[in-house]
Write a protein that binds this ligand. Structure first.
Ligand code: SAM
Ligand code: SF4
Ligand code: F3S
Length: 462
C-alpha cells in the first residue's frame, strides 16, 4: 500500500473516533534514557499529532501508550519492564488501548523474546530506526492484527520531513547525527542504534534558524559523538565548522552539544567554543576511566595524556573552562590502583559535575565475555568513594563563581522554595535565585552570592 493511502486510512480512522467520542484519541509517550531518546519521543508525538491524536500526561485516559526505552544498563531495562507491567491493568479495563514498546530495548533479541513470553498485551514493538514506520504498524493494529513487530535494524537516517511536538517552548534538542561506530567494549549503543549517519548541514542550519525565529533560547545539538559529525559525509562540513555557521544565526540564544568523544576532541574544537559567543563555554567530555589499561580494555581509543592535553589547552585560554564527564566504576577486573587513577583524574580536571555508573554487563558486547573478579559490593564501595570525592570537588569548585555575574536561562520554579526559580548558566551550572515564575524561558543576569554542592545561589541584577 502506498504511504499516502495508509496515512489517509489512518487519519480517517482517527477522525471517526474523534467524531464518535467528541474528542480525539489521546496518546501518552513515556521516554526513558538519554536526550536522544527524548528527542525521538518528540518525533513519535509529531507522527501521532499528524494522525489526529491529542496528548495526555496520565495512563488512565490514554488510548495509546508508547514506552520509548533505554538499554544502556540492566537497571534501565528492568525499570522499563516494571513500568510496562504496571499498565496491564489499564488494558484489562480498556481492551482497545494500544500499547507500544520502542527505543533501544526494542531491537534486542532477548527483549523481543521476553515481550512475546511475558508481556503479550504489548501490541506494537518497533526499533530505533523504525519510528517513521509507526503509522503502518498502527494501521495493522487497527485492522485487527495482533503483535505487530518491526525490530529490524535499518541503519537509515530518519526522514527530514518528520514533524516534531516539542516538550519545551524555549529549549530545543536537535539531533545532528545518529548511531555510533566506536564499539566501546561495554556499550550496547552501536548494536541498537546502528552506524554513524550525519544529517545534511543545510537541513540542520535551516531547522535551527526556524527554532530561533520561533523564540527558542537554547539549542542542544545531539549525537552519541557530536564531534565525529561529518566524518561519514563525502561533501560535508566538520563539527567545528557547523558550530561556526550556527553561531552566525541572528538572535539571542545559546548553543550546547552532547556528547563529545575525546578521541575526536581537537584544539580546533576548543578554539571554536572559545571564539563563538553563542556556544556555551562548557564541554561534556566522557573520560570513563583514569587508567590507560582500562581505557584500552574499553576500546576508547585515547590515552589519559591525550585527554589532559585537551583540558589543559582549554584551561590555558579560559582558566575556568567548565568540564563535565561520564565515569564507569568497576569495569571487569578494575584494580584498586586503576580505580585510584580515576580518582586522580577527578582531582586533576576538577569537573563541575560527573555522571557516574557502576559497570553493567550487556549481552552481545565484548566486555560481557570478560571474566570479572571484582564483586558488586566492592564496585558499590568504589562508587561511594567516587561520589564523595566529586562532592568535595564541586563544593570547592563552585566557590569560584561567588561575586561573579552569570547569564542564566531560567528553567522552572524551585519545587521546595516558594518564590525561588532556577536555571542553567552558560557553563551548565544550576543557579538558584529569588524571582517571579514569569521569567521561565528568559535569560537573566544573576550575581552569585553563595554555593552548595549541586548549585550556586544568586540574586537577579536589575
Ligand atoms: N557516546 C557517549 C560517549 O561515548 O561518551 C556516551 C553515551 S552512553 C549512552 C552514556 C554513558 O553511559 C557512557 O558515557 C557510559 O559512561 C555509560 N555506559 C554505557 N554503557 C554502560 C555499561 N554497560 N555500564 C555502565 N555504564 C555504561
Ligand atoms: Fe557507547 Fe562508546 Fe559509542 Fe559512546 S562512543 S555510544 S560509549 S560505543
Ligand atoms: Fe539508552 Fe539508547 Fe540513549 S541505550 S542511553 S536510550 S542511546
Amino acid at each position: 500500500m502506498k504511504t499516502t493511502n495508509y496515512m489517509d486510512s489512518l487519519i480517517q480512522s482517527v477522525k471517526k473516533f474523534t467524531e464518535s467520542k467528541d474528542s480525539p484519541p489521546l496518546a501518552h509517550v513515556h521516554n526513558f534514557g538519554c536526550q536522544l531518546n527524548f528527542s525521538d519521543g518528540e518525533k513519535i508525538k509529531g507522527i501521532l499529532m499528524k494522525l489526529g491524536y491529542g496528548f495526555t500526561e496520565t495512563y488512565d485516559n490514554a488510548d495509546i501508550i508508547i514506552f520509548n526505552t533505554c538499554a544502556v544498563r540492566e537497571s534501565a531495562e528492568e525499570k522499563a519492564f516494571g513500568v510496562i507491567g504496571s499498565v496491564k491493568r489499564y488494558k484489562e479495563k480498556k481492551p482497545d488501548l494500544i500499547i507500544g514498546l520502542c527505543g533501544c530495548m526494542a531491537v534486542q533479541e532477548h527483549v523481543v523474546e521476553r515481550v512475546k513470553k511475558s508481556f503479550p498485551f504489548i501490541d506494537i514493538v518497533f526499533g530505533t530506526s523504525a519510528i517513521d514506520e509507526l503509522p503502518k504498524l498502527l494501521l495493522d493494529v487497527f485492522n485487527g492484527k495482533k503483535h505487530v513487530f518491526d525490530t529490524s535494524e535499518y541503519n537509515k537516517p530518519l526522514s527530514e520531513q518528520m514533524e516534531v511536538v516539542r516538550d519545551s517552548s524555549f529549549k530545543a534538542s536537535v539531533p545532528i547525527m545518529y548511531g555510533c561506530n566506536n564499539f566501546c567494549t561495554y556499550c550496547i549503543v552501536p548494536y541498537v542504534r546502528g552506524r554513524e549517519r550525519s544529517r545534511n548541514h543545510e537541513a540542520i542550519i535551516a531547522e535551527i534558524k526556524g527554532l530561533v525565529s520561533d523564540g527558542y533560547k537554547e539549542i542542544m545539538l545531539l549525537g552519541q559523538n557530536v564531534n565525529s559529525y561529518g566524518n561519514d559525509l563525502a561533501n560535508g562540513i566538520s563539527f567545528s565548522e557547523l558550530l561556526r555557521r550556527l553561531n552566525e544565526i541572528d538572535g539571542e540564544f545559546v548553543i550546547r552539544f552532547m556528547s563529545s568523544h575525546p578521541k575526536d576532541a581537537s584544539f580546533e574544537l576548543i578554539d571554536t567554543i572559545i571564539q563563538c559567543e553563542k556556544v556555551a563555554k562548557h564541554l561534556h567530555l566522557p573520560v570513563q576511566s583514569g587508567s590507560n589499561e582500562i581505557l584500552k580494555a574499553m576500546n576508547r581509543k585515547y590515552t589519559i595524556e591525550k585527554y589532559l592535553e585537551i583540558v589543559d589547552y582549554a584551561r590555558q585560554q579560559v582558566p575556568d573552562f567548565s568540564f563535565t564527564t561520564d565515569v564507569i566504576v568497576g569495569f571487569p577486573n578494575e584494580t584498586e590502583e586503576q580505580f585510584n587513577e580515576t580518582l586522580e583524574i577527578l582531582k586533576r580536571v576538577k569537573y563541575d559535575n560527573i555522571y557516574s555508573f557502576i559497570y553493567s554487563k550487556r549481552s552481545g558486547t565484548r566486555a560481557a565475555l570478560f571474566e570479572d573478579n571484582v564483586n558488586y559490593e566492592e564496585k558499590s564501595r568504589r562508587m561511594q568513594t567516587l561520589l564523595a570525592l566529586q562532592r568535595e570537588i564541586s563544593i570547592e569548585g563552585y566557590k569560584r563563581f561567588i561575586g561573579r555575574t552569570m547569564t542564566v536561562l531560567v528553567d522552572d520554579e524551585c519545587k521546595n522554595a516558594e518564590g525561588w526559580i532556577h536555571g542553567k548558566s552558560n557553563e551548565f551550572i544550576i543557579v538558584e535565585f529569588k524571582g517571579p515564575k514569569e521569567l521561565v524561558g528568559q535569560f537573566v543576569k544573576v550575581k552569585i552570592i553563595g554555593s552548595k554542592n549541586w548549585a550556586v545561589i544568586g540574586e537577579i541584577i536589575d
